[in-house]
Design a protein around this ligand. Structure first.
Ligand code: NI
Length: 404
Protein backbone atom coordinates (compact mmCIF):
# COMPACT_ATOMS: atom_id res chain seq x y z
CA UNK A 1 0.00 0.00 0.00
CA UNK A 2 2.68 2.43 1.04
CA UNK A 3 4.78 1.39 -1.95
CA UNK A 4 1.87 2.12 -4.22
CA UNK A 5 1.29 5.54 -2.70
CA UNK A 6 4.95 6.37 -3.22
CA UNK A 7 4.53 5.23 -6.82
CA UNK A 8 1.61 7.56 -7.35
CA UNK A 9 3.48 10.47 -5.82
CA UNK A 10 6.39 9.76 -8.18
CA UNK A 11 4.02 9.66 -11.16
CA UNK A 12 2.52 12.99 -10.10
CA UNK A 13 6.02 14.48 -9.76
CA UNK A 14 6.81 13.01 -13.15
CA UNK A 15 4.18 15.13 -14.92
CA UNK A 16 4.88 18.31 -12.96
CA UNK A 17 7.08 19.94 -15.60
CA UNK A 18 4.40 19.25 -18.21
CA UNK A 19 1.74 20.76 -15.97
CA UNK A 20 3.80 23.93 -15.50
CA UNK A 21 4.46 24.17 -19.25
CA UNK A 22 0.74 23.75 -20.06
CA UNK A 23 -0.27 26.25 -17.43
CA UNK A 24 2.17 28.85 -18.75
CA UNK A 25 1.01 28.31 -22.33
CA UNK A 26 -2.61 28.75 -21.24
CA UNK A 27 -1.70 31.81 -19.19
CA UNK A 28 0.04 33.39 -22.17
CA UNK A 29 -2.91 32.66 -24.48
CA UNK A 30 -6.08 33.42 -22.49
CA UNK A 31 -9.52 33.45 -24.09
CA UNK A 32 -12.80 34.91 -22.87
CA UNK A 33 -15.89 32.92 -21.93
CA UNK A 34 -17.55 31.13 -24.88
CA UNK A 35 -14.51 32.03 -27.05
CA UNK A 36 -12.16 29.28 -25.81
CA UNK A 37 -11.50 27.97 -29.34
CA UNK A 38 -7.70 27.69 -29.21
CA UNK A 39 -7.73 26.72 -25.54
CA UNK A 40 -10.10 23.81 -26.09
CA UNK A 41 -8.16 22.67 -29.17
CA UNK A 42 -4.92 22.81 -27.16
CA UNK A 43 -6.52 20.71 -24.42
CA UNK A 44 -7.99 18.29 -26.97
CA UNK A 45 -4.63 17.76 -28.70
CA UNK A 46 -2.81 17.13 -25.43
CA UNK A 47 -5.46 14.64 -24.28
CA UNK A 48 -5.26 12.88 -27.64
CA UNK A 49 -1.52 12.45 -27.23
CA UNK A 50 -2.10 10.38 -24.06
CA UNK A 51 -4.00 7.66 -25.95
CA UNK A 52 -6.54 5.52 -24.05
CA UNK A 53 -9.10 8.34 -23.81
CA UNK A 54 -12.43 8.70 -25.55
CA UNK A 55 -12.64 12.35 -26.54
CA UNK A 56 -15.63 14.45 -27.47
CA UNK A 57 -16.81 18.04 -27.72
CA UNK A 58 -20.02 18.45 -25.67
CA UNK A 59 -20.22 22.09 -26.83
CA UNK A 60 -18.16 24.15 -29.28
CA UNK A 61 -15.48 25.17 -26.78
CA UNK A 62 -15.58 22.43 -24.14
CA UNK A 63 -13.88 19.04 -24.08
CA UNK A 64 -14.82 15.76 -22.42
CA UNK A 65 -12.40 12.86 -22.01
CA UNK A 66 -13.49 9.44 -20.78
CA UNK A 67 -11.06 6.99 -19.31
CA UNK A 68 -12.85 3.66 -19.25
CA UNK A 69 -11.23 1.36 -16.72
CA UNK A 70 -10.39 -2.27 -17.30
CA UNK A 71 -12.96 -3.40 -14.70
CA UNK A 72 -16.55 -2.40 -14.05
CA UNK A 73 -17.28 0.15 -11.34
CA UNK A 74 -18.47 3.63 -10.58
CA UNK A 75 -18.00 6.81 -12.57
CA UNK A 76 -16.26 9.87 -11.16
CA UNK A 77 -16.23 13.19 -13.03
CA UNK A 78 -13.36 15.65 -12.48
CA UNK A 79 -13.99 19.18 -13.63
CA UNK A 80 -11.83 22.18 -14.59
CA UNK A 81 -12.90 25.54 -16.02
CA UNK A 82 -10.85 27.10 -18.84
CA UNK A 83 -11.96 30.69 -19.46
CA UNK A 84 -10.21 33.99 -18.76
CA UNK A 85 -11.35 37.53 -17.91
CA UNK A 86 -11.47 40.91 -19.67
CA UNK A 87 -8.57 42.34 -17.65
CA UNK A 88 -5.32 43.94 -18.86
CA UNK A 89 -2.57 41.95 -17.19
CA UNK A 90 -0.01 43.80 -15.06
CA UNK A 91 2.04 40.94 -13.63
CA UNK A 92 5.21 41.36 -15.73
CA UNK A 93 5.53 37.58 -15.78
CA UNK A 94 7.66 36.25 -18.64
CA UNK A 95 4.58 34.32 -19.77
CA UNK A 96 2.10 37.18 -19.30
CA UNK A 97 -0.91 37.37 -21.59
CA UNK A 98 -0.25 37.94 -25.29
CA UNK A 99 -3.95 38.52 -25.85
CA UNK A 100 -4.34 42.24 -25.10
CA UNK A 101 -6.97 43.00 -22.46
CA UNK A 102 -7.61 39.34 -21.64
CA UNK A 103 -6.06 37.63 -18.63
CA UNK A 104 -6.21 34.42 -16.64
CA UNK A 105 -6.83 36.39 -13.45
CA UNK A 106 -8.77 33.70 -11.60
CA UNK A 107 -6.45 30.70 -11.99
CA UNK A 108 -8.50 28.74 -14.51
CA UNK A 109 -5.24 28.20 -16.43
CA UNK A 110 -4.03 26.31 -13.35
CA UNK A 111 -7.26 24.30 -13.10
CA UNK A 112 -6.98 23.21 -16.73
CA UNK A 113 -3.30 22.28 -16.41
CA UNK A 114 -3.96 20.34 -13.18
CA UNK A 115 -6.73 18.32 -14.79
CA UNK A 116 -4.53 17.59 -17.82
CA UNK A 117 -1.82 16.39 -15.42
CA UNK A 118 -4.29 14.14 -13.61
CA UNK A 119 -5.51 12.74 -16.92
CA UNK A 120 -1.94 11.93 -17.94
CA UNK A 121 -1.16 10.08 -14.72
CA UNK A 122 -4.48 8.21 -14.64
CA UNK A 123 -4.30 7.21 -18.30
CA UNK A 124 -1.14 5.27 -17.50
CA UNK A 125 -3.00 3.45 -14.71
CA UNK A 126 -5.91 2.37 -16.92
CA UNK A 127 -5.44 -1.32 -16.11
CA UNK A 128 -6.00 -0.68 -12.42
CA UNK A 129 -9.10 1.45 -12.84
CA UNK A 130 -12.59 0.22 -12.07
CA UNK A 131 -15.46 2.04 -13.72
CA UNK A 132 -14.70 5.29 -15.41
CA UNK A 133 -12.99 8.59 -14.79
CA UNK A 134 -14.49 11.42 -16.80
CA UNK A 135 -12.57 14.65 -17.34
CA UNK A 136 -14.73 17.71 -17.94
CA UNK A 137 -12.92 20.73 -19.40
CA UNK A 138 -15.56 23.39 -19.09
CA UNK A 139 -15.92 26.67 -20.97
CA UNK A 140 -17.43 29.93 -19.73
CA UNK A 141 -17.48 29.79 -15.96
CA UNK A 142 -17.16 33.57 -15.61
CA UNK A 143 -20.42 34.53 -17.32
CA UNK A 144 -23.93 33.75 -16.17
CA UNK A 145 -25.71 31.48 -16.94
CA UNK A 146 -22.32 29.79 -17.58
CA UNK A 147 -20.95 26.85 -19.49
CA UNK A 148 -21.55 24.15 -16.87
CA UNK A 149 -25.30 24.10 -17.50
CA UNK A 150 -24.68 23.78 -21.24
CA UNK A 151 -22.44 20.78 -20.64
CA UNK A 152 -25.02 19.19 -18.35
CA UNK A 153 -27.70 19.73 -21.02
CA UNK A 154 -25.34 18.09 -23.52
CA UNK A 155 -25.41 14.98 -21.32
CA UNK A 156 -21.91 14.94 -19.81
CA UNK A 157 -23.20 13.65 -16.46
CA UNK A 158 -24.84 10.54 -17.92
CA UNK A 159 -23.95 7.63 -15.61
CA UNK A 160 -21.80 9.80 -13.33
CA UNK A 161 -21.87 8.90 -9.60
CA UNK A 162 -20.04 11.95 -8.23
CA UNK A 163 -18.25 15.10 -9.38
CA UNK A 164 -15.15 16.76 -7.93
CA UNK A 165 -13.89 20.27 -8.70
CA UNK A 166 -11.30 22.59 -7.25
CA UNK A 167 -10.40 26.26 -7.23
CA UNK A 168 -6.99 27.69 -6.50
CA UNK A 169 -6.91 30.58 -4.04
CA UNK A 170 -4.29 33.33 -3.95
CA UNK A 171 -5.60 34.23 -0.49
CA UNK A 172 -4.71 30.89 1.11
CA UNK A 173 -1.10 29.77 1.66
CA UNK A 174 0.23 27.21 -0.79
CA UNK A 175 0.06 23.73 0.66
CA UNK A 176 -3.31 24.08 2.36
CA UNK A 177 -6.47 22.44 1.06
CA UNK A 178 -9.88 23.69 2.16
CA UNK A 179 -12.86 21.38 2.34
CA UNK A 180 -16.22 21.24 4.11
CA UNK A 181 -19.61 19.73 3.49
CA UNK A 182 -22.78 21.78 3.12
CA UNK A 183 -22.95 25.30 1.68
CA UNK A 184 -19.69 26.43 0.06
CA UNK A 185 -20.50 29.07 -2.53
CA UNK A 186 -23.63 31.22 -2.76
CA UNK A 187 -26.20 31.52 -5.51
CA UNK A 188 -25.77 34.59 -7.66
CA UNK A 189 -28.51 36.50 -9.43
CA UNK A 190 -28.43 39.97 -10.95
CA UNK A 191 -31.04 42.69 -11.32
CA UNK A 192 -31.49 45.93 -13.20
CA UNK A 193 -34.27 48.46 -12.64
CA UNK A 194 -34.96 51.33 -15.02
CA UNK A 195 -37.01 54.17 -13.53
CA UNK A 196 -38.99 56.20 -16.02
CA UNK A 197 -39.63 59.75 -14.88
CA UNK A 198 -39.83 63.06 -16.66
CA UNK A 199 -36.68 65.05 -17.23
CA UNK A 200 -36.05 68.74 -17.44
CA UNK A 201 -33.94 71.61 -16.13
CA UNK A 202 -32.20 70.87 -12.84
CA UNK A 203 -33.23 74.31 -11.54
CA UNK A 204 -36.94 73.36 -11.68
CA UNK A 205 -37.31 69.88 -10.16
CA UNK A 206 -40.93 70.65 -9.26
CA UNK A 207 -41.74 70.64 -12.98
CA UNK A 208 -40.06 67.22 -13.44
CA UNK A 209 -40.52 63.70 -12.12
CA UNK A 210 -36.95 63.13 -10.99
CA UNK A 211 -35.97 59.47 -11.50
CA UNK A 212 -32.57 59.98 -9.83
CA UNK A 213 -34.21 60.90 -6.53
CA UNK A 214 -36.39 57.78 -6.82
CA UNK A 215 -33.29 55.66 -7.58
CA UNK A 216 -31.72 56.94 -4.36
CA UNK A 217 -34.82 55.97 -2.34
CA UNK A 218 -34.90 52.62 -4.06
CA UNK A 219 -31.28 51.86 -3.16
CA UNK A 220 -32.05 52.66 0.48
CA UNK A 221 -35.13 50.41 0.35
CA UNK A 222 -33.25 47.51 -1.22
CA UNK A 223 -30.51 47.86 1.38
CA UNK A 224 -33.14 47.25 4.05
CA UNK A 225 -34.16 43.85 2.68
CA UNK A 226 -31.31 41.82 4.20
CA UNK A 227 -31.37 43.56 7.57
CA UNK A 228 -35.17 43.87 7.99
CA UNK A 229 -36.76 40.99 6.08
CA UNK A 230 -34.32 38.09 6.25
CA UNK A 231 -33.69 35.94 9.31
CA UNK A 232 -30.31 36.98 10.68
CA UNK A 233 -29.34 33.32 10.93
CA UNK A 234 -29.60 32.96 7.15
CA UNK A 235 -26.94 34.23 4.80
CA UNK A 236 -27.75 36.73 2.08
CA UNK A 237 -26.09 39.69 0.43
CA UNK A 238 -27.71 42.27 -1.83
CA UNK A 239 -25.36 44.86 -3.30
CA UNK A 240 -26.54 47.69 -5.51
CA UNK A 241 -23.45 48.32 -7.61
CA UNK A 242 -24.65 50.31 -10.62
CA UNK A 243 -26.37 53.67 -10.95
CA UNK A 244 -26.93 55.80 -14.03
CA UNK A 245 -28.61 59.17 -14.32
CA UNK A 246 -27.95 62.06 -16.67
CA UNK A 247 -24.60 63.11 -18.13
CA UNK A 248 -24.66 66.70 -16.89
CA UNK A 249 -25.04 68.47 -13.55
CA UNK A 250 -27.88 70.67 -14.81
CA UNK A 251 -30.09 68.03 -16.43
CA UNK A 252 -32.70 65.92 -14.69
CA UNK A 253 -32.90 62.83 -16.92
CA UNK A 254 -36.02 61.07 -18.17
CA UNK A 255 -34.64 57.77 -16.93
CA UNK A 256 -32.36 56.52 -14.22
CA UNK A 257 -31.25 52.96 -13.62
CA UNK A 258 -29.73 50.89 -10.88
CA UNK A 259 -28.38 47.35 -10.87
CA UNK A 260 -26.79 44.89 -8.54
CA UNK A 261 -26.23 41.36 -7.35
CA UNK A 262 -28.09 39.03 -5.00
CA UNK A 263 -26.36 36.16 -3.21
CA UNK A 264 -27.64 33.58 -0.76
CA UNK A 265 -27.48 29.91 0.22
CA UNK A 266 -31.18 29.54 0.93
CA UNK A 267 -33.35 28.61 -2.08
CA UNK A 268 -36.54 29.99 -0.43
CA UNK A 269 -34.92 33.35 0.27
CA UNK A 270 -33.57 33.31 -3.26
CA UNK A 271 -37.14 32.99 -4.53
CA UNK A 272 -38.47 35.79 -2.31
CA UNK A 273 -35.82 38.47 -2.85
CA UNK A 274 -36.94 39.53 -6.36
CA UNK A 275 -40.49 40.01 -5.04
CA UNK A 276 -39.25 42.22 -2.20
CA UNK A 277 -37.10 44.27 -4.57
CA UNK A 278 -40.07 44.70 -6.87
CA UNK A 279 -42.31 45.80 -3.99
CA UNK A 280 -39.93 48.67 -3.30
CA UNK A 281 -39.68 49.52 -7.00
CA UNK A 282 -43.46 49.51 -7.38
CA UNK A 283 -44.24 51.46 -4.21
CA UNK A 284 -41.55 54.10 -4.57
CA UNK A 285 -42.10 54.79 -8.25
CA UNK A 286 -45.86 55.05 -7.66
CA UNK A 287 -45.38 57.46 -4.78
CA UNK A 288 -43.21 59.62 -7.03
CA UNK A 289 -45.42 59.40 -10.15
CA UNK A 290 -42.81 57.46 -12.06
CA UNK A 291 -42.86 53.97 -13.55
CA UNK A 292 -40.28 51.20 -13.69
CA UNK A 293 -39.10 48.13 -15.54
CA UNK A 294 -37.21 45.40 -13.79
CA UNK A 295 -34.98 42.68 -15.29
CA UNK A 296 -34.03 39.84 -13.00
CA UNK A 297 -31.37 37.46 -14.28
CA UNK A 298 -31.06 34.09 -12.58
CA UNK A 299 -27.41 33.08 -12.34
CA UNK A 300 -25.66 30.15 -10.70
CA UNK A 301 -27.31 28.34 -7.84
CA UNK A 302 -25.40 27.68 -4.62
CA UNK A 303 -22.68 25.05 -4.43
CA UNK A 304 -23.65 22.66 -1.62
CA UNK A 305 -21.08 19.96 -0.98
CA UNK A 306 -22.61 16.50 -0.59
CA UNK A 307 -22.04 15.15 2.92
CA UNK A 308 -21.13 11.57 2.00
CA UNK A 309 -18.93 12.27 -1.01
CA UNK A 310 -17.22 15.15 0.79
CA UNK A 311 -16.38 12.88 3.76
CA UNK A 312 -14.85 10.49 1.26
CA UNK A 313 -12.71 13.24 -0.31
CA UNK A 314 -11.77 14.55 3.15
CA UNK A 315 -10.49 11.11 4.19
CA UNK A 316 -8.37 10.98 1.08
CA UNK A 317 -6.94 14.44 1.77
CA UNK A 318 -6.02 13.36 5.30
CA UNK A 319 -4.30 10.22 4.07
CA UNK A 320 -2.55 11.79 1.09
CA UNK A 321 -1.51 15.15 2.51
CA UNK A 322 -1.94 14.78 6.27
CA UNK A 323 -4.52 16.36 8.52
CA UNK A 324 -2.34 19.43 9.08
CA UNK A 325 -2.64 20.50 5.46
CA UNK A 326 -6.43 20.46 5.53
CA UNK A 327 -8.38 23.52 6.66
CA UNK A 328 -12.07 23.95 7.32
CA UNK A 329 -13.58 25.83 4.42
CA UNK A 330 -16.14 28.44 5.45
CA UNK A 331 -19.05 29.36 3.17
CA UNK A 332 -18.10 32.09 0.69
CA UNK A 333 -20.56 34.56 -0.86
CA UNK A 334 -18.80 34.20 -4.20
CA UNK A 335 -20.39 31.88 -6.74
CA UNK A 336 -19.43 29.13 -9.16
CA UNK A 337 -21.34 27.37 -11.88
CA UNK A 338 -19.96 24.07 -10.58
CA UNK A 339 -23.40 23.97 -8.94
CA UNK A 340 -24.88 23.03 -12.33
CA UNK A 341 -23.02 19.72 -11.94
CA UNK A 342 -23.43 19.27 -8.18
CA UNK A 343 -27.19 19.90 -8.43
CA UNK A 344 -27.46 16.75 -10.53
CA UNK A 345 -24.99 14.34 -8.91
CA UNK A 346 -23.28 14.39 -5.47
CA UNK A 347 -20.53 16.98 -5.71
CA UNK A 348 -17.54 18.23 -3.79
CA UNK A 349 -15.74 21.49 -4.46
CA UNK A 350 -12.44 22.14 -2.68
CA UNK A 351 -10.07 25.09 -2.43
CA UNK A 352 -6.39 24.72 -3.11
CA UNK A 353 -4.08 27.25 -1.44
CA UNK A 354 -1.89 28.93 -4.07
CA UNK A 355 -0.86 32.09 -2.25
CA UNK A 356 2.71 33.28 -2.24
CA UNK A 357 4.74 33.13 0.96
CA UNK A 358 5.34 36.85 0.55
CA UNK A 359 1.96 38.24 1.57
CA UNK A 360 2.36 41.48 -0.39
CA UNK A 361 2.35 39.50 -3.62
CA UNK A 362 -1.04 37.99 -2.88
CA UNK A 363 -3.33 40.01 -5.08
CA UNK A 364 -6.98 38.93 -5.04
CA UNK A 365 -8.66 37.04 -7.85
CA UNK A 366 -9.78 39.17 -10.81
CA UNK A 367 -6.97 41.68 -10.10
CA UNK A 368 -4.56 42.72 -12.93
CA UNK A 369 -1.64 41.56 -10.76
CA UNK A 370 -3.23 38.25 -9.68
CA UNK A 371 -0.65 35.49 -9.47
CA UNK A 372 -0.48 31.97 -8.14
CA UNK A 373 2.36 29.95 -6.69
CA UNK A 374 3.02 27.15 -9.18
CA UNK A 375 3.99 24.81 -6.37
CA UNK A 376 0.27 24.39 -5.77
CA UNK A 377 -0.17 22.62 -9.11
CA UNK A 378 1.41 19.38 -7.97
CA UNK A 379 -0.94 19.10 -4.98
CA UNK A 380 -3.91 19.69 -7.27
CA UNK A 381 -2.85 16.85 -9.56
CA UNK A 382 -2.23 14.56 -6.60
CA UNK A 383 -5.62 15.39 -5.11
CA UNK A 384 -7.43 14.53 -8.34
CA UNK A 385 -5.41 11.37 -8.98
CA UNK A 386 -5.65 9.89 -5.50
CA UNK A 387 -9.34 10.70 -5.12
CA UNK A 388 -10.09 9.17 -8.51
CA UNK A 389 -8.17 6.00 -7.68
CA UNK A 390 -9.82 5.70 -4.28
CA UNK A 391 -13.26 6.29 -5.72
CA UNK A 392 -12.67 3.80 -8.48
CA UNK A 393 -11.72 1.12 -5.95
CA UNK A 394 -14.16 1.86 -3.16
CA UNK A 395 -16.24 -1.29 -2.89
CA UNK A 396 -19.10 0.06 -0.93
CA UNK A 397 -20.14 3.64 -1.50
CA UNK A 398 -22.25 3.60 1.68
CA UNK A 399 -19.39 2.94 4.03
CA UNK A 400 -16.59 4.19 1.78
CA UNK A 401 -14.69 0.96 2.37
CA UNK A 402 -11.69 1.27 0.17
CA UNK A 403 -10.21 -1.83 -1.43
CA UNK A 404 -6.78 -0.31 -0.95
NI1 NI B 1 -12.68 31.29 -10.89
Amino acid sequence: MIEEETGIRESVKGVNMDVITWRRHLHENPELSFQETKTSQYVYDILQSFGNLELSRPTQTSVMARLIGAKPGRVLALRADMDALPILEETNLPFASKNFGVMHACGHDAHTAILLGAAKVLTNLKKQIHGEIRFLFQHAEELIPGGAQEMVSAGVLGGVDAVLGLHVSSQVPTGLIGINDGPILASMDAFKIVIQGQGGHASTPHQCKDPVAVAAQLITGINHIVSRKIDSAARAVISVTQMQGSDAPNIIPDKASIGGTVRTFDPDIREQIPQWIEQYAKGLTEANECSYEMDYLRGHSAVINDHQFTSFVKKNINRTFGDERRYLLKPIMGSEDFSAFSNVVPGCFVFLGAGSINNEENYPHHHPKFMINEQALESGVELFVTTALDFSRAKDPETNNSAR
